[in-house]
Design a protein around this ligand. Structure first.
Ligand code: BJW
Length: 248
C-alpha cells in the first residue's frame, strides 16, 4: 500500500479533493494497446504521420485508416472496462470529497465504468468534428475523406475529435483549477512523456501541496516527483488502493 493508514485517515477525515490522471496503461488489461510499450501503437505507426494536424493535411487517408482501425477495436464486444476503471468510478461515488478524473485516453472505458466527473483531455475516439461548421457529434463508424458532414453537408472537413501533437488539450482551465486545490493527486498507467499531462504532478505538489501517488507497471519518466508509488498491473493495484482509501 503506497499510503500509510494514518495518512489515509487524515485525507478522508478532511474529505480532500482528489484529482486522478490516467493513461493508456489502465486500459491495457481491457485489451487496448498502450503507445510507448514495445508492442505499443507507436511501434507500428510514426507519430508524425498519424497524430499531427500536418499529417491530416498531407495524408488524410492514412489518418482516417489509423482512427477507423482504433474505432473498430473499441467496437469489439470483448473490450470492456476492467477492475481498475470500475474501482475509480466507485471512488468518485463514495469518497466524501470531490473526485475529478482526467484521462488522456480516447477510449470510453471510464465512461462505461460509470465515472461522471470525467475530462477526456486528449479527446474521444467515438466523436468527430467538422472543420467547416464546428459540428461535434458521436460517431462509431468508419470515416473517409468523402464522408459528408451530417450537419453542413461538406466533405473533407470531418476529423476525429482527438488532440494531436501541437494542439491544445481540452478543458485545461478546469484541470488546472482542480489541481491547484487538490489534497491528493494520483497518476495511473501513464509513462509521463507527454506534456502538459506529465507536468500535472508538479502543479499538484507546488500549488496545492497535495500528496502525490504513482500507480504504474514501472517507474514513469517523472517517477521521482511522486511522494508515494506502487508498481504492478492496474487491475492488481487500483482496486486495493481504492478499498484502502474508502476503508473497506
Ligand atoms: C501499465 C500497464 C498495466 C502498461 N497497468 N500500467 C513541454 C511542455 C508542454 C508541451 C510540450 C513540452 N514539450 C513538448 C511539448 C509538446 C507535446 C509533447 O508533450 N511532446 C512530448 C512527446 C515531448 N505536447 C503536445 O503537443 C500537447 N499539446 C500541447 O502541449 O499544447 C500546448 C500547451 C502547453 C501547455 C499547456 C497547455 C497546452 C498535445 C499532446 C497530444 C497527445 N496526443 C496523443 C494521441 C491522442 C489521440 C490518439 O489516441 O490517437 O495522446 S499521443 C499519445 O500519448 C496519446 C496519449 O494520451 C499520450 C500519453 O500516453 P500514455 O497514456 O502515457 O501512454 P504510454 O504508452 O506512453 O504509457 C503507458 C504506461 O502504462 C507505461 O508507463 C506502461 O509501463 C504502463 N502500463 N501496462 C498499469 N497493465
Amino acid at each position: 500500500m503506497p499510503l500509510r493508514p494514518d495518512l489515509i485517515e487524515i485525507l478522508r477525515d478532511e474529505a480532500v479533493p482528489i484529482v486522478i490522471l490516467t493513461g493508456a496503461g489502465i486500459s491495457k488489461e481491457s485489451g487496448l494497446h498502450t503507445f510507448r510499450d514495445p508492442d505499443g501503437i507507436w511501434a507500428k505507426y510514426d507519430i508524425a504521420e498519424v497524430a499531427t494536424p500536418e499529417a491530416f493535411v498531407n495524408n488524410p487517408d492514412l489518418v482516417h485508416y489509423f482512427y477507423n482501425d482504433r474505432r473498430a477495436g473499441l467496437r469489439d464486444p470483448a473490450i470492456v472496462p476492467n477492475a481498475a476503471h470500475l474501482a475509480l468510478a466507485r471512488l468518485e461515488a463514495e469518497w466524501p470529497g470531490d473526485v475529478l478524473l482526467v484521462t488522456q485516453n480516447v477510449d470510453d472505458l471510464h465512461d462505461r465504468a460509470g465515472s461522471k466527473n470525467l475530462i477526456h483531455m486528449h479527446g474521444e475516439l467515438l466523436k468527430i468534428r467538422c472543420n467547416h461548421c464546428d459540428l461535434l457529434t458521436v460517431w462509431a463508424d468508419d470515416l473517409a475523406r468523402e464522408t459528408p458532414c451530417p450537419s453542413c453537408g461538406n466533405a473533407g472537413g470531418l476529423r476525429p475529435h482527438v488532440v494531436w501533437f501541437g494542439e491544445m488539450p481540452l478543458e485545461m482551465e478546469r484541470i488546472y483549477d482542480a489541481l491547484g486545490k487538490c489534497g491528493l493527486f494520483i497518476s495511473i498507467g501513464t509513462s509521463g512523456n507527454v506534456y502538459p499531462a506529465a507536468g500535472f504532478v508538479q502543479v499538484a505538489r507546488e500549488e496545492a501541496e497535495a500528496e502525490t501517488v504513482e500507480l504504474n507497471l514501472e517507474p514513469s519518466s517523472g517517477a521521482t516527483l511522486f511522494d508515494h508509488s506502487a508498481y504492478g498491473a492496474a487491475t492488481d493495484l487500483v482496486p486495493g488502493f481504492v478499498a484502502a482509501l474508502l476503508k473497506d
